[in-house]
Design a binder for this molecule. Structure first.
Ligand SMILES: Nc1ncnc2c1ncn2[C@@H]1O[C@H](COP(=O)(O)OP(=O)(O)OP(=O)(O)O)[C@@H](O)[C@H]1O
Ligand SMILES: [Mg+2]
Length: 141
């Protein structure tokens, strides 16, 4: 069975959406294998978002993701990598469909330009491996 890495981002935690998000995973039949409250460091985020470090908006990501505690975890299930991405919805909440987490719980970016979209999920099998090992160590793979 497949595993993926997810985050309930600092806005999801501070807005009290943890239960809603975990409920959706459980309702879908995914098994929560790891779950930990963490404070992300700039160093960890640079590795986690390595593909985005050179983008002009990376400082916004860093500010957002270090703005408070987040919940990091691993879920397991059939085709969970792509299913979880579908459940999250589009990156920008303005494009996320109702019924998705981002479409149900997040707003289009405001004047600050920051995209506060509640959840993260690995975008491929390679990313899932890399991210699970980065956040929880290779024993969690
Ligand atoms: N243009 C942008 N301006 C501000 N923040 C952005 C922008 N693009 C992406 N982000 C932030 O960086 C995160 C990572 O972007 P990515 O392109 O990997 O989207 P994603 O895979 O849907 O999201 P995530 O990796 O967080 O699951 C986004 O979720 C968002 O919070
Ligand atoms: Mg991504």
């Amino acid at each position: 069975m497949e595993k993926t890495f997810f985050i309930i981002k600092p806005d999801g935690v501070s807005r009290g959406l943890v239960g809603h998000v975990l409920h959706r995973m459980e309702r879908r039949g995914f098994v929560i294998e790891r779950l930990e409250m963490r404070q992300a460091t700039p160093e960890l985020l640079r590795e986690h978002y390595a593909a985005l470090v050179d983008k002009p908006f990376f400082p916004k990501i860093e500010e957002y993701m270090t703005s408070g505690p987040l919940l990091a975890g691993v879920i397991k299930g059939n085709r969970v990598i792509s299913s979880w991405r579908t459940m999250m919805g589009a990156t920008n909440p303005k494009d996320a469909l109702p019924g998705t987490i981002r479409g149900d719980y997040a707003q289009a970016p405001g004047d600050s330009g920051g995209i506060f979209n509640v959840v993260h999920g690995s975008d491929s099998a390679e990313s899932a491996k890399k991210e699970i090992a980065l956040w929880f160590g290779s024993d969690a793979l």
